[in-house]
Design a binder for this molecule. Structure first.
Ligand SMILES: Nc1nc2c(ncn2[C@@H]2O[C@H](COP(=O)(O)OP(=O)(O)O)[C@@H](O)[C@H]2O)c(=O)[nH]1
Ligand SMILES: [Mg+2]
Length: 311
């Protein structure tokens, strides 16, 4: 599976890949990318190998890619277009390059192709600044007018918030696969039996390999805390504590929904055929929350069967 990372130089493309690979120690030494750098990433659970093309963003390289479109812009499953939202001076250039790319892919792209636009460097400490909100609004409205008929989605990402990058990468790479859809149907089945509101299935690197929710907000909540919960569990294991799950009691305030709703979110570790998986469940019905535990063995058995059938 071929994935392209595009954008101007200094947008943050190489850093994003380092965060996804958990090579945090290399972040301080990231150098400008010379032309195109290919790296691979294998997802063992879904059995797919992904080749990521990090297209260095300097002007001379951009011209090479655009002139050799049959080499670079073919057979890619998705394009991640990265824009530095903190650098207003380069917005015009970033939009021009995006337009060039759209013109290439608009009438020649694989089925299920996805364009993911990462509004990047949306760092946690500046999220709420008016300037950032204005920049995002400017970019979103300009991009909407460029894009025409291509399917696309926006993501707000930062290397200081790994959940934002894991989410974008999972959406752009895994969620479209047939296997992910099959796993999703198991989650749907589990949810209908347990009356739960959101479920996420993560691999051991915290990539979301399937998800299902009755409401987008519930899903976003689970996605945002997923890396923290798995991290807490892994930390406990460093003390040789066998941690089966992490549960948190939650209560939504009255003003966001008609009535206040109490519930739980839990993370459960599943070991299937020597692979580790994580399941995150949000349940908003406290009276029957036991059901979400009772049905776990059935879900685990179904997952095991399905994953074995992939091999
Ligand atoms: N504040 C902030 N800086 C970032 C972020 N991502 C990357 N950077 C910085 O942006 C600069 C360019 O990053 P790099 O990955 O080389 O960009 P590339 O040219 O698109 O590959 C580096 O100094 C990174 O540390 C981010 O999310 N927030
Ligand atoms: Mg680079």
């Amino acid at each position: 599976m071929k994935i392209l990372l595009c954008g101007l130089e200094e947008a943050g493309k190489t850093s994003i890949l380092l965060v996804l690979d958990r090579k945090f120690s290399l972040l301080t030494s990231v150098a400008p990318t010379i032309k195109a750098k290919r790296t691979s990433h294998t997802n063992k659970l879904l059995g797919i190998s992904i080749t990521r093309w990090d297209l260095g963003g300097h002007q001379i390289y951009r011209k090479i890619y655009l002139d050799n479109k049959s080499k670079y812009f073919t057979e890619m499953q998705s394009i991640f277009y990265v824009i530095d939202i903190q650098n207003q001076d380069k917005f015009d250039q970033a939009l021009i390059y995006l337009k060039d790319i759209i013109n290439i892919v608009i009438d020649n792209h694989p089925e299920n192709f996805q364009l993911l636009i990462l509004l990047h460097k949306y760092d946690p400490d500046i999220k709420n600044k008016k300037e950032m909100k204005d920049n995002i609004q400017f970019l979103e409205s300009n991009i909407k007018s460029i894009i025409k008929n291509l399917k696309y989605s926006f993501y707000r990402t930062s290397i200081y918030d790994d959940s934002s990058l894991l989410k974008a990468f999972s959406d752009g790479v895994f969620s479209a696969t047939e296997k992910s859809k099959l796993l999703q149907s198991l989650l749907r089945d589990y949810m209908s039996k347990t009356y739960t509101s959101s479920t996420l299935l993560l691999d051991q690197n915290c990539f979301i390999i399937a998800s299902r929710a009755t409401d987008e907000t519930y899903q976003e909540i689970c996605e945002a805390i997923a890396p923290r919960l798995t991290n807490a569990l892994e930390k406990l294991e460093e003390w040789d504590i066998d941690t089966k799950d992490i549960t948190t009691n939650i209560e939504f305030p009255q003003n966001t929904l008609e009535q206040s709703r109490e519930g739980i979110i839990f993370l459960r570790k599943l070991e299937i055929n020597n692979d580790r998986l994580y399941l995150i469940v949000l349940c908003l019905n406290k009276r029957i929350q036991n059901r979400s535990y009772e049905y776990l063995p059935i879900l685990a058995a179904n997952l095991k069967n399905l994953l074995e059938s992939f091999e």
